[in-house]
Design a protein around this ligand. Sequence first.
Ligand SMILES: Cc1cc2nc3c(=O)[nH]c(=O)nc-3n(C[C@H](O)[C@H](O)[C@H](O)COP(=O)(O)O)c2cc1C
Length: 205
Amino acid sequence: MNLTSDFLRFVRSRRSIRKFRTDPLLREDLRRIIEAASWAPSASNRQDWEFVIITSHTTKKKMEDIVRTRWKLILDKSETEVIKEELEKYAKHFDWFSQAPVLIVISAKRPEIFLFKLLGEAAEDVAGTEISAAMAAQNLMLAAHASGIGSCCITGPLVAQETLKELLGLGKRRKIVCLVALGYPAEQPEAPLRKPVEKIAKYVE
Ligand SMILES: Cc1cc2nc3c(=O)[nH]c(=O)nc-3n(C[C@H](O)[C@H](O)[C@H](O)COP(=O)(O)O)c2cc1C
């Protein structure tokens, strides 16, 4: 694969997909996609990630209800109409997620307590479990894209982190890093612009 043409074209052509066909995904495809995720780098190769695969409509609906209930509480507490309107707009970014044929909930293990005692706030940065899980998420989405499967990484629903964890039986030591919605695309969104390389990268002597 050639960096300047094939790989870059492939990476650029992945889009966040939020509208899906109803066709189910094959388990063997999902397995391959998770296998690609497992080949992401991770801090000390600890691979402290976990992938919960949800295909059940009932569970997806329960997740949606949990997020809606939590969001309603936040809206009810908002002090001004302007804030409320902004929050309502923001909620549109994740009110669609239960429609995806598959949801993958990616979680990371929180660092051991002794690390917090030793390093304080730096413990999470040093343990790197969340960034490792995020790298796995990117591998997963690119693998899906290579199989013609659309995906979207979503963090909006994490307003209900604790209740979602409870529903999915994830223990106290885990933190949901993101959800990835998967399915065959029913839309072809335009590519959102990227900041030019010259703006986001600099050499420091
Ligand atoms: C960490 C993260 C969180 C995101 N959360 C959401 C979300 O809650 N809802 C949503 O619709 N899209 C979400 N997205 C998708 C972004 O909106 C999308 O990646 C961005 O607009 C660029 O579009 P592209 O992925 O098609 O290049 C998220 C993406 C990332 C990386």
